[in-house]
Each structure stands twice: as C-alpha cells, then as structure tokens.
Design a protein around this ligand. Structure first.
Ligand code: GUN
Ligand code: ZN
Length: 432
C-alpha cells in the first residue's frame, strides 16, 4: 500500500545540541539549525527528509510561507488535574496543596471526571503547541487509564503513572503499599510501551510516601528498566524542613530518594531549588534530571533556580510548566519566566538556549531525542506552525525593528504565547 505522505513548507528551526553558554548571537551559534524556506517530508508519521527543493508530485503539499516550523514543545512536569486550581490565590506550597490541590485531585476518583479532565487537559496541551509530556495524574488508577486513553486518541507521546501517596494526604487520596504495587503492575502491563505511551513511577514527594512505599517505587523502577520515575524535590524551605523531620537519618531531602534507589537517568525531579553540593554531586553521578519550573517557583514564592550554575556543574536539566503551581501551559511563557529568574541572579539565558530546552533538550532529558524534539529524518513528525506576530500588535511592531534572528526570537518568546499557534501535526496528522 502507498505510504501516507505530507510535505510541509516553512521556516524550520530546531537544535542539534545546546548552544555554548557564551555564544555570540549575531548569527545562529553552534547547535542551532535554521533552515528558512525548507520542506519537511513526512511519511507514515515520520520525518523522512528535510530539503530546500520542492518535492515531486507524489507529495501532497501544505505550504506555510513566512511561518516558523518548530518541533512540538515537550513539557517535562505538569499536573493534569490541576487545571481546576491554576491561578489560585495567596499561599505557598504546603498550604496550596491542602487548600486547593488535594480537593481538586479527589474529584478524579470518578472515572467520568478523569476522562473529561484528561481530554480537556490534552486538548489544552495541543492548543499550546505541546505534543509530548511527562504528566502527574492522581492517586487513582482510573486517572492513568483516562490519560493514556486520551493520549492514544490524539496520537500524543505521553508518560505518566499513578501517583504514589500513602500518608499525609486526605482520605480519598491515599493508597497503601499493597494497592500501589497491584495497581502499578496492572497499569504497566496495560500501558507501558503501548503505542506512544510509557509508564512513570510517580512518587508525589517524600512527605506523602512511607519508607516502604519508597522502597516499592525503587523496586518497580529497577524491575522495569524502560520505565521512568518522576517526583518533586527541594521546592520550598518549609517543605525541606518537614522532610528533615520525617526522615531524621537521611543525609538530605534528595538523600531520601537516593537511598531508596529512585535516582538515575530516567528520573525527573521537579524544582531542586534548595539542594547542597552533595545533592548536586549525586544528581550528576546518577544522571538524574531536574525539571526547572519557573512560573511555578515565582507564583508559589518557592525560590530562584540557578539554571546556568547547575548546567555548568553538569547537572541534567529540563524545563516545565508545572501547572497548576505554574500559571501557564505555554512554553513561551515558561521560557520567558526562566529568562527573568536567571536575570534576577545576574545570568542571561538567550533565546536559542531557551528554545533548545523546550524541544531537543527536553527530549534528551527523557532519553527520547531519537523520536521527538528535532526536525530530522527518523523523528516522529510532531511539528508546530507558529505565526511570528499578529498584525498591528506590539510584537509585530518590535519585530519590525529587529535585525537578527536572535533578536526576533527573543522578542517572540517574551511577548508571544499560544495565540500565535497556527497548526499542529502529531505524528504527521494535523490536529489543530
Ligand atoms: N509537591 C508535591 N506535590 C506538588 C504539586 O502538586 N505541585 C508542586 N508544585 N509541588 C508539589
Ligand atoms: Zn509539580
């Protein structure tokens, strides 16, 4: 049978690797692939060629002159049930969890709520140009079925797994070690490696799991080498103090995870603001990833994460919205916040570094660089078409005064958002 073909034409931007930290920005630095007016040839959902010449008549064409074609964004830490509590007023992490978040998550015990919420959540990710994500659902097994089912229906690359929490959470949001083991094994069996779905052992954070449950998570991760682990670490000072009280013999908050075997190259830990030198050495030695969530860190008053400092130390990093602690699913808004958090610490994150992080960098952080995050043959065709600006807008005006690609992209990140998204292809199929 004939392969399913599509040729997309536009201005292609993607990243081979992260640009060097001190690169000159007057021309695209090493690692940046800027291919204006090129064709992306897609066959059966995968990119098979990128070329300047128009393809032959076998290729149906979709031409987007003057538009930016970027790899679909990847969000490495986001909570599906928290769209219900995004932008809730007035509290820091621990109070925010009790007052807003836990009540919202309880509702997902109902499979109908979880199904509707998962569909809404994934539709919103796509509407923000995000085609792949590492997602927190709730403690309920049905929340994982709902998310994977909805992801499969949209062809999206999704990594999630039932939240493990057997203490310090309200009634209706707790499991037990035995239930957690049974549900996790059943869900791994059903979903892990099916289509584009992968399973992540999801320890909410150290305070909500017993030592026995942390042991279970470590055993599950070890027994399933292609699965992932996700959790939170050292986000907020009161949280760090609480962990010290709950685990008096642990070297540190990160040390709790370390001694239960939860660190490694397939582990993504959100935040990591309040870590010491030993913690950073452990992250480096194990290849664990810190997911920087700048809009969340600002909104919840958690602290300022030092991206340049951690990168220079060789800690693996990714970028994430952390909605609903974060206040936008937009990776543009997230990257703009990352710039500002760096600026508050006397650091600079250029537009190439930021866009690399949201695409190839995040793909590599999940060990999926061969599949997503780049526009190159062999990758799945998760592609977004973006307008530079709406006519007559402030961004439009500013772009008229920009004379390098970097200046344009930087303004686009600082001033743009999901309203500039024109089309999304997931595995080569147009979804919006
Ligand atoms: N720590 C434990 N749970 C959460 C959560 O839902 N959001 C954030 N930002 N931090 C957490
Ligand atoms: Zn989070």
């Amino acid at each position: 049978t004939e392969p399913r073909r599509l040729a997309l034409r536009g201005d292609l931007l993607d990243f081979i690797h992260a640009p060097p930290p001190d690169a000159a920005l007057d021309a695209p630095p090493p690692g940046v692939r800027w291919r204006p007016d090129h064709w992306l040839l897609i066959e059966d959902g995968r990119i098979v060629a990128v070329q300047a010449e128009a393809p032959d008549a076998r290729w149906p064409r979709d031409e987007r002159p003057g538009r930016l074609l970027l790899p679909g964004f990847i969000d490495t830490h986001v909570h599906a049930p928290q769209l219900d509590v995004i932008a809730s007023y007035g509290t820091e992490l621990l109070d925010w969890l009790n007052r807003y978040t836990f009540p919202a998550e309880k509702a997902w015990a109902d499979p109908a709520v979880a199904a509707a919420g998962s569909a809404r959540f994934l539709d919103q990710l796509l509407a923000h140009g995000t085609t792949a994500a590492l997602v927190f659902p709730t403690v309920h097994k049905g929340s994982v079925d709902a998310l994977f089912t909805a992801a499969e229906a949209r062809g999206m690359r999704l990594i999630t797994g039932k939240c493990l929490m057997d203490r310090h959470a309200p009634e209706g949001l707790r499991d037990t070690v035995a239930e957690a083991e049974r549900d996790s094994l059943e869900l791994i069996q059903r979903w892990h490696g099916r289509g584009r779905n992968a399973y992540a052992h999801t320890v909410r954070f150290a305070p909500t799991s017993s030592e026995a449950q942390l042991d279970l998570a470590g055993a599950l991760l070890a027994a399933h080498p292609s699965s992932y682990l996700q959790t939170h670490v050292a986000e907020n000072r009161a949280e760090v103090d609480w962990v010290r009280q709950l685990f008096p013999t642990a070297r540190s908050y990160l040390g709790v995870y370390e001694r239960h075997g939860l660190l490694g190259p397939r582990s993504t830990l959100a935040h990591g603001i309040w870590l010491d030198d030993n913690d950073r050495a452990a992250l480096r030695a194990t290849g664990s990833v810190i997911a920087h969530s700048p809009t969340s860190n600002l909104f919840l008053g958690s602290g300022l994460f030092d991206w340049r400092g951690r990168a220079a130390e060789g800690v693996r990093l990714s970028i994430a919205s952390d909605v609903g602690g974060g206040v936008s699913l937009s990776l543009q808004r997230t990257l703009a916040a990352a710039y500002q958090v760096a600026a508050l610490q006397g650091q600079r994150l250029d537009a190439f570094t930021l866009l690399h992080a949201a695409t190839a960098g995040n793909a590599d952080s999940l060990q999926l660089g061969h599949e997503i995050g780049r526009l190159e043959p062999g990758c799945v065709a998760d592609v977004c078409c973006w307008r530079w600006a709406d006519a007559g807008s402030v961004l439009d005006h500013r772009l008229g005064r920009a004379d390098s690609l970097h200046e344009r992209l930087f303004a686009w990140l600082m001033l743009g958002d999901e309203r500039l998204l024109e089309a999304v292809w997931v595995a080569g199929t147009q979804s919006t």
